[in-house]
Design a protein around this ligand. Structure first.
Ligand code: ASP
Length: 609
């Protein structure tokens, strides 16, 4: 038997027990004739005491960091107790030891505060994984996994595996493809998600499906994306949107409870996509704090109460505002005393290329009821007051105003809101706030190809009330410059995203389940009949054999774990992640393959240059 106990379990009650432990040498501290060794395994650290006789042997057969050793010894009460670790009241008087394996000097220290940089840690990920921090992350990931499985199982969901080698039908991201040796010249693709399979399972009658499953997308890697990532993928039959929202709010509440001991009893708010865009500048708002965006130049019917103060529109006289497509503001609580230096710094912040604004205007709503702005020359005190009222600012607030092209300005104000929320400590890591965003547009306009693309995916159904718009209108866009006036631009999707603390953690939709409507959808996306049949004939066929109404959702499992773990990086929650260029630096993959492999696959490499 290699061990009787692990390195994390022995306590004061075990004193005088004879034990055998096995693990890794964390540290070695020699004090004259005795030596202390911290022995580590997955479960913790136990202090070992090598007395005088063994010390002699240690000189002949020394230990080193990360050596794997087995020891036999007696549990003693420690004179110098360490309250910071669970085994801190005891130590083991070693009677005998065996070196099971030696270790080279690790390239970085296996400690919480390691001296290893990112690349080094990834190259030696098997050593990095020995560190507590990474281990805790993987433990949390497993806890989330277990919690999700338990909840879904208790609710009648069945875990059904779907294939990884499928057919390439790119829509959105690019597919990773795999050449087939047995079918020369042909390729499989790795699934971007099991979307069509889970829908087929609904047709087959498995009315509650789930899978915690790898998905593969060959995207240009934006910050904190992985080419292979994991989803909690779910689908249900005979459901409407409300049924799905209820079921999966339940899932997240359960995960909060099991993993974080948080009883999330608040109702989950729902906001329409349009309101999210206008009130927060983006479709995944962080609602742990207020500071909503006010549109000074937006048609007053959207927020009549607030716009009342500006019922005659934004006052003229200030060119920057007059000429801008959009003028938006946030009211930052209790910051009217910002110094010149602070407002200058904020101005520099919005001018950074990532934000891309040319300047920042502000109004200080002084506690004494007066106003001071960066454009005093152009506006009277009364006009400033109107702007403050429209922004629902209170005395003591600082109103920050951005003006410019609509899309960029909206993004910028959204970033500025998040930044101010962070600076004021309003985005608390340990506070969780869920939100549903609903009523997304079904289509997005692609100016390059002058056609519609599916915002979510082509299997998403329009809202029931909007189906007729799709059936009764042609998707052809005769006047690209007026695409917003096309009836398709107003069709809403029966889709929903779940947002947690400003991150989209899940998204899904009620699906199209009639062949006719699905064909209409493919046509709307510019697919010919032949192309639709070639790519999705199997699904259209299946819809002819009694497809039930169905819908589903998929959660980004890695991201969910990262948020619950209070981290920004999903890589920290993946055992063997890829780096920002999609490389596995430990395996050194992707890599070339040898000529014989290429020949078997009938592939010739044709690199430029
Ligand atoms: N398959 C979708 C996705 O990966 C999620 C869903 O609609 O269920 O985004």
């Amino acid at each position: 038997m290699y061990r009787t106990h692990t390195c994390g379990v022995l306590r004061i009650q075990d004193v005088q027990t004879e034990v055998t432990l096995a693990g890794w040498v964390q540290t070695i501290r020699k004090f004259g004739a005795i030596t202390f060794v911290d022995l580590r395994d997955r479960y913790g650290i136990t202090q070992l005491l090598f007395g005088e006789e063994l010390n002699h042997r240690l000189e002949q057969q020394p230990l080193g960091r990360e050596f794997v050793v087995q020891i036999r010894g007696t549990v003693l009460e420690r004179s110098n107790k360490n309250p910071n670790i669970p085994t801190g009241e005891i130590e083991i008087q070693v009677l005998n030891y065996t070196v099971l394996n030696s270790s080279a000097v690790p390239p970085f220290t296996i400690q919480d505060d390691t001296d290893g940089g990112d690349d080094l840690r990834m190259k030696y990920r098997y050593l990095d994984l020995r560190r507590n921090m990474v281990k805790h992350n993987l433990e949390l990931r497993y806890a989330v996994n277990r919690s999700a499985r338990n909840y879904l199982h208790e609710n009648g969901f069945m875990d059904i595996e779907t294939p990884f080698l499928i057919k390439s039908t790119p829509e959105g991201a690019r597919d990773f493809v795999v050449p087939s040796r047995m079918n020369a010249g042909q390729f499989y693709a790795l699934p971007q998600s099991p979307q069509t399979f889970k829908q087929l399972l609904m047709v087959s009658g498995y009315d509650r499906y789930y899978q915690i499953v790898k998905c593969f997308r060959d995207e240009d890697l934006r910050a904190d994306r992985q080419p292979e990532f994991t989803q909690i993928d779910c689908e249900m039959s005979f459901v409407e949107q409300e049924d799905i929202l209820r079921m999966f709010e339940g899932l997240i509440r359960r995960i909060f409870k099991d993993v974080k001991a948080i009883d999330y009893t608040d109702p989950v708010e729902k906001i329409s996509w349009e309101n999210a865009m206008w009130r927060y500048g983006n479709d995944k708002p962080d609602i742990r704090f207020g500071m909503p965006v006010v549109n000074y130049k937006f048609p007053p019917h959207v927020f009549p109460a607030k716009q009342g103060a500006l019922s005659h529109g934004l006052p003229g006289g200030f060119k920057v505002f007059e000429e801008a497509e959009t003028v938006v503001a946030i009211s930052v609580p209790r910051c009217s005393d910002y110094s010149r230096k602070q407002t200058d710094e904020l101005t520099e912040w919005v001018k950074r290329p990532q934000i891309g604004m040319s300047g920042l205007a502000f109004i200080k709503c002084n506690p004494d009821g007066t106003f001071k702005s960066s454009f005093d020359k152009f506006y009277s005190e009364t006009q400033l007051k109107d702007l403050a009222t429209a922004a629902e600012a209170k005395a003591g607030d600082l109103i920050l105003i951005l003006a410019g092209r609509e899309e960029r300005t909206r993004k910028a104000i959204s970033e500025l809101r998040l930044e101010m929320g962070k600076r004021l400590g309003l985005r608390k890591e340990y506070e969780f706030k869920l939100l549903w965003v609903v009523d997304f547009p079904l289509f997005e306009y692609d100016p390059g190809e002058n056609r519609w693309i599916a915002r979510h995916h082509p299997f998403t159904s329009p809202k029931p009330s909007d189906i007729s718009i799709m059936i009764n209108n042609s998707p052809v866009i005769d006047h690209p410059e007026k695409y917003l006036e096309h009836p398709y631009a107003n069709i809403k999707a029966n889709a929903y995203d779940m947002v947690l603390n400003g991150n989209e953690i899940g998204g899904g939709s009620i699906r199209i389940f009639q062949r006719g409507l699905q064909e209409k959808m493919f046509a709307a996306l510019g697919m010919s009949r032949e192309e639709a049949l070639h790519k999705f004939g199997f699904l259209l066929g299946a819809f002819e054999y009694g497809a039930p109404p169905h819908g589903g959702i998929a959660f980004g499992f890695d991201r969910l774990c990262a948020i619950l773990g209070g981290s920004e990086s999903i890589r920290d929650f993946i055992a063997f992640p890829k780096n920002n260029s999609g490389r596995d630096v430990m395996l050194d993959a992707p890599a070339t393959i040898d000529d014989q492999q290429l020949e078997e696959l009938h592939i010739r490499i044709n690199l430029p240059g």
